[in-house]
Design a protein around this ligand. Structure first.
Ligand SMILES: Cc1cc2nc3c(=O)[nH]c(=O)nc-3n(C[C@H](O)[C@H](O)[C@H](O)COP(=O)(O)O)c2cc1C
Length: 437
């Protein structure tokens, strides 16, 4: 555990982040933001004012289509659809900020690693080393269908992703900074003797070239990973700078941290990346107001919207079960980590309806509800109890809930001396991993 809590803002370039129908709330401006780069830039500036390590965009480039084996509920409720590309948005946010890290999720499914390295490293160079990549292997069936790809078996996706990363590292390492001369007098841009040609011929990928990008100030993007199945964590401890996790309660967070540490010890080769736990803060002027807002948001969630999201991520059609029966762990080619968290992470039995509602609020992340002081106290408590690196904070009303957090909770965390008062580094990696530097 470091001296300070690290914070990321967990967003999606779609009508909602996680709270179903938040876009329809009278105070929510997300629908306007969708078509207004300036409002997204204001959002990013708010996060930078709050000294967040970064903004993090999740992404599922397809439609949630498991529930009743159709897309209707996702389309009807704007459930992460439209699914706009987050990487495109990052370039606009890079122009509006100077220190904020900018991370997006990109699945290893549809695109060749060269394409991803080119895209992210171009942005990393342009932003002076502020880009991050959440590496996912594509758990959503709708993604595979959109790209016309076969749905690969769970562990095989990770095997393929291992090779994917080998190609990425080879590309990133192929051009060291000292290879760039940019010597105007001699008319020499680079020293070919210092550049290594990638010669990769593997089971899944072929690549013969050099990195397409000028090396950035942090060398390569910050790497995140969010798969928390045993196979996913083995992958994560080998590659990630920081790992994302969602657990619904403090007890399950603590158990997860213990299990994770054992996996890191066995498979990390000396590495134990920090964990950023997902949370949702719901702030009110009084405790009653905060609970009132939480209830209002929860009551608006259509059961079928929660079930559609749950079905998509957990890779099973929950319309086939009685919603008032306890949820049970099912085999899945979707997210095994979230399947386990949503079926075993709660204390006592929970029904499918209850889990779907929790999922509809914030994909199972716990709500920290109260006045700014109470929320800050809860954040500190979870941080100290779990020893996590920090939090991935999902808003509810956009952008108001994040503005309230920055203006009202951040100063309390700073007063407690558990949150930074200025950025210590220039690059995303320097700030996110400042204790390790
Ligand atoms: C905080 C968090 C964010 C995630 N974001 C995405 C995402 O943007 N896109 C995606 O396809 N999966 C996302 N996932 C799902 C995981 O990457 C998913 O669990 C994985 O694809 C399957 O891995 P697992 O079976 O090892 O858990 C996220 C998971 C967590 C915990």
């Amino acid at each position: 555990m470091g001296k300070h809590i690290h914070l990321l803002s967990f967003l999606i370039h779609s009508p909602i982040n996680h709270t179903m129908l938040s876009w329809a709330h009278k105070d929510d401006r997300r629908l306007e933001m969708m078509g207004d780069i300036h409002q997204w830039q204001d959002y990013a500036r708010t996060l930078e004012r709050g000294l967040f390590d970064g903004v993090f965009f999740a992404d599922t480039p397809g439609v949630f289509d498991r529930y009743k084996d159709r897309m209707d509920e996702a389309l009807k409720y704007g459930l992460c659809w439209p699914t706009h590309d987050p990487v495109v948005l990052l370039s606009a946010l890079a122009a509006a900020t100077e220190r904020l890290g900018l991370a997006a999720t990109i699945s290893t499914g549809p695109h060749h690693p060269y394409h991803i390295v080119r895209q992210l490293s171009t942005l990393d160079y342009l932003s002076h080393g502020r880009i991050g990549w959440n590496i996912v292997t594509g758990h959503l069936r709708g993604e595979h269908r959109a790209f016309g790809l076969p749905e690969m078996e769970h562990d095989q996706r990770y095997d393929r992703a291992e090779e994917y990363m080998q190609v990425c590292y080879k590309l990133w390492d192929s051009v060291p900074p000292e290879a760039i001369l940019a010597d105007k007098e001699r008319g020499e841009f680079a020293d070919p003797a210092k550049i290594t040609q990638v010669q990769h011929h593997g089971e899944y990928f072929d690549c013969e070239t050099v990195s397409p990008a000028w090396p950035s100030e942090q060398g390569r993007p910050v790497l995140f990973q969010a798969g928390t199945s045993p196979r996913g964590l083995k992958f994560a401890v080998r590659h990630a700078d920081v790992i994302f996790a969602i657990q619904p309660e403090l007890a399950s967070m603590k158990k997860f941290m213990t299990d994770y540490k054992a996996i890191a010890k066995e498979h990390g080769g000396g590495r134990e990346p920090g964990i950023a736990l997902g949370i949702q803060a719901i702030i009110g002027g009084t405790e009653e107001q905060a609970h009132g807002l939480a209830k209002e948001l929860e009551d608006r969630i259509p059961l079928e919207a929660g079930l559609a999201r749950l079905s998509g991520t957990l890779g099973n059609d929950f319309s086939e079960f009685d919603p008032d029966k306890p949820i049970e762990e099912l085999a899945t080619t979707g997210s095994q980590g979230l399947m386990k968290a949503m079926t075993r992470g709660f204390e006592g039995p929970v029904t499918i309806r209850q889990v779907a509602t929790r999922y509809g609020m914030a994909i199972g992340k716990p709500q920290l509800i109260g006045t700014p002081e109470q929320v800050a106290d809860q954040i500190e408590h979870v941080w100290r109890e779990t020893g996590c690196h920090g939090f991935n904070l999902t808003p509810n009303i956009n952008p108001g809930s994040m503005e309230d957090f920055v203006d009202q909770v951040v100063p309390i965390l700073q007063k407690k001396d558990i949150y930074r008062t200025e950025y210590s580094g220039k690059t995303f990696r320097e700030n996110l991993l400042e204790e390790a530097a």
